[in-house]
Design a protein around this ligand. Structure first.
Ligand code: CA
Length: 218
């Protein structure tokens, strides 16, 4: 799971964000000064930084400036009490990926964190290649033996999951949870149906049925 660094000197806010993120399954670290935020952010110990602008010591703008000057592309979401357009612009120009004006609702912050993390994953890893299969995660296109094949969004996600674990067996439950977001088996054969669609498009022999266990991409 992703590691979130929270830099906020108001303990009421940092503990509220911290609890929420831990409940959502993230690993968190809370710091209350700009110096600590910068040091940890540069150490590579976080996947995303939630950064308050008004911090003691060096402020959020300065943390961001030094972070970017050091070549870090760590996603940063700025928390600001100031809602003026100028401050927003300054944050974004200073290298923030997003901003949240205070007061904010936790679910809005969570949505932005998830979005920025998925952007970061995608740009770090723009394509997946397994044998003659190639998935471009930016363009959402698929090449099979060099020819482009049309996949629906769900087929694309299923292909991505199988390719990320090529050579390993994925159970129906794992695929249901990761591709469909179900933490239960709805009692349908939706996984088998979609594996059938993918076989028709990618080549039947590429996806093996492992009896009693699940599916495996060769
Ligand atoms: Ca503050």
């Amino acid at each position: 799971m992703s590691r979130i660094l929270i830099a906020e000197d108001e303990s009421r806010i940092s503990s509220f964000v911290d609890k929420g993120l831990r409940a959502a399954g993230f690993t968190t670290t809370v710091v209350a000064t700009g110096t600590d935020a910068l040091e940890l952010a540069l150490s590579g110990a976080a996947d995303l930084l939630v950064l308050d602008i008004g911090l003691p010591g060096i402020d959020g703008y300065e943390v961001m400036r030094r972070l970017r000057a050091a070549g870090s592309s760590l996603p940063v979401i700025v928390l600001t009490a100031r809602t003026s357009a100028e401050d927003t612009l300054a944050s974004l120009e200073g290298g923030a990926n997003d901003y949240m004006p205070k007061p904010f609702r936790f679910d809005e912050l969570l949505a932005r964190i998830r979005l920025r993390l998925s952007d970061a994953t995608r740009s770090a890893e723009p394509r997946l290649v397994v044998g003659e299969l190639e998935l471009d995660l930016h363009a959402r296109t698929v090449l099979v033996d060099g020819a482009e094949v049309e996949l629906s969004a769900r087929e694309f996600s299923l292909a991505e999951e199988l390719m990320r674990h090529a050579g390993k067996v994925l159970s129906r439950e794992q695929l249901l949870s990761r591709v469909w977001g179900y933490d239960f088996d709805p009692g349908s054969n939706v996984v088998d149906v979609y594996v059938g669609y993918l076989r028709a498009k990618l080549g039947a022999a590429r996806i093996e049925t492992v009896r009693g266990m699940g599916y495996r991409l060769r």
